[in-house]
Design a binder for this molecule. Structure first.
Ligand code: FAD
Ligand code: NAI
Length: 463
């Protein structure tokens, strides 16, 4: 039993790695976790989910005060921006939550090995100048920003998401390259705080991977909020001079180039798995064409004793997906049966309103067979209407024969909270009728889910 220093060594302390380490320790395994950052929590807690939500939440209040939404409810205020305090509460949230993981490591007796880990062999790793051995090694090294060829990120004028979270002043004109989740969330933050925002997207619509109706509606809503979109457009160059950038744009299909000026450029064209410097060659493991580490259903790589989870493996790059894989891999290592249902992973964009989905898009569902679709607008939901939140809808896609729910898509102020119900229903193999006959509290936004389910068979009450 003492053949190895540890039963489990996890590389990376993001939502995948720290959760795997804690669960492994809970299951009685001697566990260590290597992390090179100063603080635990990975991308998500340090420079991702948490700080972005801190800025989104605060800027939402500022916007509500500035755009007249509060005045409409009888609260007259002229907001004044104190960006330092706004950044301060962001840093505070990060500090508290990353500190919380350190506490959980201590509580569960997980050893934090500080430094960059690199494989020597399948059971041996060097980290912080020391060599440690483990019976099982879990790769949870996460991902980092995909660079745009020829465009240098200086974190001043040209920034990635990390730089965009920390801008010391509100840009006059921010150009967001990539109309995906990061571009829309962080573009929204700075638009709300007063920047002019232009979003350049290569495809003909924003938010690839989301349901077609949702993409169209979201685009309309963001335009109404003042974001300018250049769809079907590619950036062919960014020239920085002093504190200004000049971008050269071209239609994606070819055509005349144009230039636009900006004092801030956000590169958000996706993220790539972190495998550099990990010594994968020493254990005979090679990333696939997309740079990901391939795994089987149990999160085993093809090398005995080496497992992988989170952003570094195929699938959506989401914190909750990484966390669930972290639990499952630890359970599998302990000889239990750890499973993640990758067909039911919710996805949320934390803009205003929020945009959420789980399961298949209507387009994907139709490719598999006949479907029924029920849709209900938030405008007809009493709570949303009362709260002055008319934008959005709930859309439920069900199998035409079995009525089983295949996908749920929501645009609503609290879509991120509402989608949990849809995920649970799908996890339980629910039909649209099951949802329609479940009693939902009134008045809540969630009633729109019940009404959309009723609409699947054509009988909603409130429209
Ligand atoms: P990571 O969180 O990337 O953690 C990997 C860790 O491993 C890092 O801390 C890294 O330092 C460490 N590491 C890497 N290599 C080594 C090595 N060789 N040795 C030691 N340590 C190493 N997802 C959501 O679900 N919801 C959101 O709201 C959300 N918002 C986001 C906002 C932004 C701006 C960004 C960038 C991402 C966001 N994400 C969000 C995505 C989410 O952050 C990732 O999906 C999640 O962090 C992946 O977890 P992970 O454990 O796989 O990897
Ligand atoms: P993304 O994959 O969501 O979007 C990138 C966008 O850039 C796509 O629309 C793509 O078509 C476009 N694009 C690619 N190359 C381009 C080019 N050269 N010019 C113009 N457009 C181009 O990636 P993003 O926004 O960088 O986020 C990375 C990941 O981080 C996401 O996939 C998501 O998993 C995760 N994330 C999740 C959040 C959440 O769950 N709320 C929030 C932020 C990030």
């Amino acid at each position: 039993a003492d053949e190895f220093d540890y039963d489990v060594l996890v590389i990376g302390a993001g939502p995948g790695g720290y959760v795997a380490a804690i669960r492994a320790a809970q299951l009685g395994l001697k566990t260590a976790c290597a992390e090179s950052r100063e603080t635990l929590g990975g991308t998500c807690l340090n420079v991702g989910c948490i700080p972005s939500k801190a800025m989104l939440h605060a800027s939402e209040y500022f916007d509500a005060a500035a755009n007249g939404a509060m005045a409409k409810m009888g609260i007259k205020v002229t907001p004044e921006l104190d960006l330092d305090t706004m950044h301060g509460q962001r840093k505070d949230a990060v500090k508290q939550l990353t500190g919380g993981i350190e506490f959980l490591f201590k509580k569960n007796k997980v050893t934090w090995l500080k430094g960059r880990a690199s494989f020597e062999d399948a059971h041996k790793v060097t980290v912080g100048g020391e060599t440690v051995t483990a019976k099982n090694i879990v790769i949870a090294t996460g991902s980092s920003v995909t660079p745009l060829p020829g465009v240098e990120i200086d974190q001043k004028v040209v920034v990635d998401s990390t730089g965009a979270l920390e801008l010391p002043k509100v840009p006059r004109h921010m150009v967001v390259i990539g109309g995906g989740v990061i571009g829309l969330e962080l573009g929204s933050v700075w638009r709300r705080l007063g920047a002019e925002v232009t979003c350049v997207e290569f495809l003909d619509q924003i938010l690839p991977g989301f349901d077609g109706d949702v993409r169209k509606e979201a685009n309309k809503i963001f335009k109404k909020q003042g974001i300018t979109f250049k769809l079907g457009t590619k950036v062919t160059g960014v020239a920085v001079k002093g504190d200004k950038a000049t971008l050269t744009l071209e239609p994606a299909k070819g055509g005349d180039a144009e230039t636009i000026e900006a004092d801030c450029v956000l590169v958000s064209i996706g993220r790539k798995p972190n495998t550099d410097g990990l010594g994968l060659d020493k254990i005979g493991l090679e990333p696939n064409q997309r740079g990901q580490i391939e795994i089987d259903h149990d999160f085993r790589t093809k090398v005995d004793g080496v497992w992988a989870i989170g952003d570094v493996v195929p699938g959506p790059m989401l914190a909750h997906k990484a966390e669930d894989e972290g639990i499952a891999v630890a359970e599998n290592i302990a000889g239990q049966t750890g499973i993640v249902n990758h067909d039911v992973i919710p996805s949320v964009v934390y803009t205003w309103p929020e945009i959420a989905g789980v399961g298949l898009t209507e387009e994907a569902a139709k490719e598999r067979g006949e479907v029924k679709v029920g849709k209900f607008p938030m405008l007809a939901n009493s709570r949303a209407k009362t709260n002055h939140e008319p934008d959005g809808f709930v859309k439920i896609i069900a199998d035409a024969k079995s009525d089983r729910v295949l996908g749920v898509w929501i645009i609503a102020s609290v879509a991120g909270t509402m989608i949990a119900q849809a995920a649970q229903a799908m996890e339980f193999g629910s039909t649209s009728e099951d949802i329609a006959y479940t009693c939902h509290a009134h008045p809540t936004h969630s009633e729109a889910i019940k009404e959309a389910a009723m609409a699947v068979t054509g009988k909603p009450i409130h429209i």
